[in-house]
Design a protein around this ligand. Structure first.
Ligand code: 5GP
Ligand code: ZN
Length: 114
């Protein structure tokens, strides 16, 4: 999508600190990190959010989680663990409408959930 921020990061029009890339996926540092390691994983093909992705190109989930696994192994964060978060829509506060998975790692994140 020509007016999508993360499509522009994918095609290099907008610079980013890339920490992972393969044929399908890139991972780059979030501009406003919420943890010692905060990387956004996006598929090179545009979808709006995980519901759009699930409906129209579900194999992208495989590509994204494969990229996250490879990144976590390469950086050793698979040992101590990490968190994956994705925001969908207004109540979650999604601000960029190109599906992205936040990967938070590198420190104790506090327990999330009941
Ligand atoms: P959302 O709130 O949609 O789940 O996440 C969007 C994320 O993108 C935010 O964490 C924000 O800090 C990050 N972000 C917004 N603009 C840019 C940018 O131009 N470059 C990078 N690397 N991250 C960005
Ligand atoms: Zn896009």
């Amino acid at each position: 999508m020509s007016d999508c921020l993360f499509c522009k990061i994918v095609d290099g029009t907008i610079p980013s600190s890339k920490v992972f890339e393969d044929d399908n996926v890139i991972g780059f540092k979030d501009l406003h990190p919420q943890a010692a390691i905060h990387v956004l994983f996006v598929h090179k093909k545009h979808t709006q959010d995980i519901n759009d992705l699930s409906k129209n190109d579900p194999n992208q989930f495989v590509d994204l989680f494969n990229g996250i696994r490879l990144f976590s192994e390469k950086n050793g964060v698979d040992k101590n663990g990490f968190r994956v978060v994705t925001n969908v829509g207004k109540h979650a506060g999604q601000t960029v409408f190109h599906t992205h998975l936040h990967v938070l790692a590198g420190e104790s994140l506090g327990h999330f959930g009941a």
